[in-house]
Design a protein around this ligand. Sequence first.
Ligand SMILES: Cc1cc2nc3c(=O)[nH]c(=O)nc-3n(C[C@H](O)[C@H](O)[C@H](O)COP(=O)(O)O)c2cc1C
Length: 158
Amino acid sequence: MKSLIACYSHSGKTLTVAEKLQKEINADFTRIEPVKDRWYLIKAIHAYLEKKWPIKPCTTDIDDYDCLIVCCPIWAGRTTPGVIQYLDELVNTSGKKFAVLVTMGGDGNQLATIQIRNGLEAKEMEFIDKLIIGGSAQKSGEWETMTKEFAQKLINEN
Ligand SMILES: Cc1cc2nc3c(=O)[nH]c(=O)nc-3n(C[C@H](O)[C@H](O)[C@H](O)COP(=O)(O)O)c2cc1C
């Protein structure tokens, strides 16, 4: 199964996890980056309102891939405006599989995995699995085992 990891990361935590996953499953990698950064409060408000931000060019045509793994941090319990824009820009999605990986500072509830799932199912993609790495798993180092197990599930999908 040929996979693409699409990763949004502001302060590097999601990037660290996504790069570990990349090594485990031997996927291609693309960074989702906003054209411009905003203040913390604007980030949180825009995420909460499910706004879209323009993003820099990245891989949005997934015709060559069997599976897409969207990775992002949680902002205000949601995904980031850059990821919402990315989901919008994706093409050749029909019949492709996808998984979602999120990191967050706390360990509470979040809506990002549902937002991304809804967005990609609307593009006729098939959900495989999700991984949520909260603050305690990041601090304890448990995220590494969690990422390995997640990678194995993705490999077994082949
Ligand atoms: C604007 C903003 C809002 C955030 N909101 C939440 C939140 O609602 N819940 C939470 O657990 N963490 C929240 N966080 C923390 C991040 O989700 C967490 O630090 C994440 O691992 C950062 O990933 P990154 O380093 O890849 O950007 C927020 C961070 C930012 C910058």
